[in-house]
Ligand binder design. Structure first.
Ligand code: FAD
Ligand code: SF4
Length: 510
């Protein structure tokens, strides 16, 4: 009996048990397709990174003696649609069985289930053998609980997988060193250049652009920077452990207009495409911490491991617990459009300009830029979560719905009404000024609330609290902010509202 095994673009896990033995009766199927380039308007670097990584993966499988049917985006016989590709390939191979790894997106999960229910061939789904947790482990863990607190999930994960533990207690005597991880970067310690690969992928870019799909952002295809193989992904991990991890935690929340990556790992694409596994990243960081003769402090190692063992697995669990309904959530009833400058970077606001320019040129911004600059502004102008999701799903190299929508709609836009975050992540210029050098280079005054030169974030912040009073004033974590709001005199508040209204109506003028 011949078997066709489907490998999706984000299932590049060379360590999967499928590949342990070669089998003449198994044909692996991989396909670049318009279905996947077109479900959002993606950054060109994102599509290039996925397709190049898929090609490298397919070539490695063939080298190892496996049989592979690969559809390139430019192949004239490519139907560009998953179901038709499956139908054609099953027929071509004379296969009577289809196997697939469980997809991480509801969209693909539903499509494959539907196909399985209609086809004559036998269909079986297997685990992708990537995550620490199964799809519904978080659902089980929080059964009967109203609030899904990440910290309790994270502690369970630390104990269950014996990570950074010492005699049943957390290493270093506490679970979380977050409070130590809030330093502003002022030029010291020096940041090593990011490890980039400078591959010439010009012909791939041409092929992709020739497909007719629409993209955002830009690329220098003669010097493509991202890892597109397991070997390169491991190099990025080595580089991170050798040069960046010693300061990761300290500057995790810092922002700087000349340093896009600071001490961040740039591992998200390698992880989300499954070229490397979360376990090997976490184990490696723990080993460096334990064997590194004090070079890596517990606060750095814990800060990093929390992102992967905690946040990443937590977001995956929330996704499967809440979808598909989560994609409809808009608890704050926001309906405005996202400004045009999210696609062009044309704004005078330095924090937004820096974060967006960098997103468009590098397909990357780190967590705090996503959360406290672009996400914060989108929420303050009360943009519709659909608009915000579409942008985040397109622009970043690592954007796959399971981890994009939970971070965007949930954490950043509070559209789930507080299921995931206990209060909205909003701020005035104060936080941005504290964590970055942006305000010093901005034409707007971070100290002013109203008037021509006032920082737009300031009036927007107070206006937002005022406008969303019915949704937020009962939240105990917002009590102090509402008390401060109520101290603003009515005349000043009227000016705040007018200024905010102006910005909301014409954001591209600011
Ligand atoms: P580092 O700072 O070096 O962190 C290490 C790893 O931890 C990351 O590679 C990532 O795998 C994991 N991680 C860190 N924070 C999170 C988080 N909040 N949720 C899940 N994993 C996390 N991450 C994505 O992978 N894809 C997305 O589409 C995505 N969209 C986001 C949208 C918004 C609005 C926000 C606020 C965050 C989003 N994140 C997303 C989380 C985070 O910003 C990125 O994972 C991180 O910036 C990737 O860069 P890095 O690899 O250098 O991360
Ligand atoms: Fe951003 Fe306001 Fe600071 Fe300018 S002053 S960088 S707009 S926070």
């Amino acid at each position: 009996m011949r078997t066709l095994r489907l490998i999706l673009g984000d299932q590049l896990n060379a360590g999967h048990s499928w590949f342990t033995n070669q089998n003449e009766d198994v044909l692996y199927l991989m396909a670049e397709m318009r279905q996947e380039t077109d479900y959002a308007r993606h950054h060109i670097q994102k599509v290039m990174a996925f397709f190049q990584s898929m090609r490298t993966f397919a070539a490695k499988l063939e080298e190892a003696g496996h049989r592979v049917r690969y559809y390139r985006i430019s192949d004239s016989d490519n139907p560009q649609d998953l179901i038709r590709i499956l139908q054609n390939s099953l027929k071509e191979a004379g296969a009577s069985r289809l196997e697939y790894q469980l997809p991480d997106e509801v969209r693909l999960d539903q499509q494959l289930k539907q196909f399985a229910s209609e086809t004559d061939v036998e269909v079986a789904a297997v685990d992708s053998e990537h995550f620490y947790t199964s799809r519904y482990e978080l659902t089980e863990f929080f059964k009967g609980k109203k609030q899904l607190v990440m910290e309790s999930f994270y502690r369970m994960m630390r104990k269950k997988h014996a990570i950074l533990m010492q005699g049943g207690q957390p290493e270093g005597g506490q679970w979380n060193f977050d409070k130590q991880n809030r330093k502003k970067w002022k030029g010291n310690p020096a940041i090593p250049d990011p490890l980039v690969f400078n591959k010439d992928l010009s012909s791939l870019e041409e092929e992709i652009r020739g497909s007719g799909a629409e993209f955002m952002g830009n690329v220098d295809a003669t010097a493509f920077p991202w890892p597109t193989s397991r070997e390169e992904s491991l190099e990025v991990l080595d580089y991170f452990c050798d040069f960046l991890l010693p300061h990761f935690g300290d500057y995790q929340d810092a922002m700087h207009d000349e340093e896009s990556f600071l001490f961040h790992s740039r591992l998200s694409f390698s992880l989300n495409s499954k070229m490397i596994s979360p376990k090997e990243v976490v184990d490696r960081v723990e080993k460096v911490f334990r064997e590194g003769e004090g070079q890596v402090h517990i606060s750095q190692a814990e800060g990093f491991i929390r992102q992967i063992l905690g946040w990443r697995e937590y977001m995956r669990g929330i996704y499967w617990r809440e979808m598909p309904g989560y994609a409809e959530k808009n608890s704050l009833q926001n309906h405005n459009a996202l400004p045009e400058f999210y696609w062009t970077g044309k704004t005078k606001m330095k924090c937004l300009k820096s974060s967006i320019d960098q997103s468009l040129s590098k397909a990357y911004a780190h967590h705090i830029q996503r959360l406290m600059v672009t996400g914060n502004f989108a929420l303050l102008i009360q943009a519709h979560p659909d608009e915000v999701d579409a942008w985040y799903l397109g622009v970043y190299i690592d954007a796959i719905e399971w981890v994009e929508i939970t971070n965007t709609r949930g954490m950043s836009q509070f559209a789930d009404g507080g299921l995931l975050a206990t209060k909205p992540y909003i701020s005035s210029a104060n936080y941005i000024g504290k964590m970055s050098n942006y305000c010093g280079k901005c034409p707007y005054d971070p100290k002013k609330r109203t008037g021509e030169s006032a920082c737009p974030f300031n009036s927007l912040y107070w206006n937002f609290l005022d406008a969303k009073r019915e949704h937020l004033s009962g939240n105990p974590r917002m009590g102090m902010m509402y008390r401060l709001l109520d101290k603003i005199n009515p005349e000043e508040m009227q000016k705040v509202r007018l200024r905010a209204q102006e910005i909301i109506e014409r954001p591209d003028d600011f």
